[in-house]
Design a protein around this ligand. Structure first.
Ligand code: PLP
Length: 333
């Protein structure tokens, strides 16, 4: 199978599984798991934050991030298409009584500061208390410019807001911008990172922040059912990924660019390509036939009018050459 639906579909390599099998473990709720502790220390070190916390999923890490910043009746400003507004089942509102204030992102994935300023509520009993700005980096493959992050961070200091970055794919930004994680994370108070996407682990996310914040998050994690026991088996995969699978993300970016070029040459309308995501337009009448055509050839693509193709560690150039060959044959029938 060649699976281009998402970078979440990656499977652990033999070397990663070996690291998991030989991991030292303990009970992480007692903070006794040396491998979890090592992963959290490494995440804190890389992000330049004082502390980090390991989670089973990015959704739970984002939920706990919001719960640890905001109280009941507070509000967070967030992108209309952001994962932690649109794709997390409304968790902040349902479980935290935190009101989202979604705003439209600009074409480059940033949230314009003027729009944020207009959405901040005055201190008045009619309104929820605006407490937090949440950005997503990368956002649909788009890397937020460092200059923007610096401005947004300064803006939040002026307006007494905290700044959270949903960095599910932050290492794609690190590699694309050729900077350290710390160079990005210095412009936020808290950061979530997914280990289970392009980094190739089966499970795991991290939340980074200062000591007091991460202590609050630890209680929320327990309450939301995320206190795991011998989680070192999973953390070992994360440590392996941070050591071996970060710089190789550039291959995924190069592959996405190459695929875009090849599809363009056979007449497919390419809308955008940034980092490991390629967006193409598929004419409505081709949607179902193309999906079936590819599936019959062991290629999985979420085909729609706006089709997203995601490159990752489990698809190499040879696999993408096959995809182009099948697509060309589909168009020529
Ligand atoms: C995948 C993703 C998450 C977290 O997803 P999980 O599947 O719960 O790990 C959060 N934010 C963004 C932008 C994502 O792409």
């Amino acid at each position: 199978m060649i699976d281009l639906r998402s970078d979440t579909v990656t499977r652990p390599s033999a070397a990663m599984l070996q690291a998991m099998m030989t991991a030292e473990t303990g009970d992480d709720v007692y903070r006794d798991d040396p491998t979890v502790n090592a992963l959290e220390a490494e995440a804190a070190h890389l992000s330049g934050k004082a502390a980090a916390l390991f989670f089973p999923t990015g959704t739970q890490a984002n939920l706990v991030a919001l719960l640890s910043h905001c109280e009941r009746g507070d509000e967070y400003i967030v992108g209309q298409q952001a994962h932690n507004y649109k794709y997390e089942a409304g968790g902040a509102a349902v479980l935290g009584s935190i009101q989202p204030q979604p705003i439209l992102a600009a074409a480059d994935g940033t949230l314009p500061l003027a729009s944020i300023a207009a959405a901040i509520k005055p201190d008045d009993i009619h309104f929820a208390r605006t407490r937090l700005l949440s950005l997503e980096n990368t956002h649909h493959g788009k890397v937020l410019p460092l200059a923007y992050l610096a401005e947004a961070f300064a803006f939040t200091r002026q307006h007494q807001l905290a700044l959270h970055i949903d960095g599910a794919r932050i290492f794609n930004a690190v590699v694309a911008q050729k900077v350290t994680l710390e160079a990005i994370a210095r412009y936020c108070d808290s950061l979530t990172i997914c280990l289970s996407k392009g980094l190739g682990t089966p499970v795991g996310s991290l939340l980074c922040g200062d000591e007091a914040y991460i202590e609050r998050a630890r209680r929320w994690r327990k309450m939301t059912g995320g206190g795991m026991r011998q989680a070192g088996i999973l953390a070992a995969a994360g440590l392996y990924a941070l050591q071996h699978n970060v710089t190789r993300l550039q291959e995924d970016h190069d592959n996405a660019a190459w695929l875009g070029q090849q599809l363009h040459e056979i007449g497919v309308e390419v809308v955008d390509q940034q980092t490991n995501m390629l967006f193409v337009r598929v004419p409505a009448e081709q949607v179902e036939p193309l999906k079936a055509w590819m599936k019959a050839r062991d290629v999985l693509i979420s085909v729609g009018p706006a089709t997203r193709l995601v490159t990752h560690i489990d698809v190499d150039r040879a696999a993408l050459e096959q995809v182009v060959t099948h697509w060309k044959a589909f168009l020529q029938q």
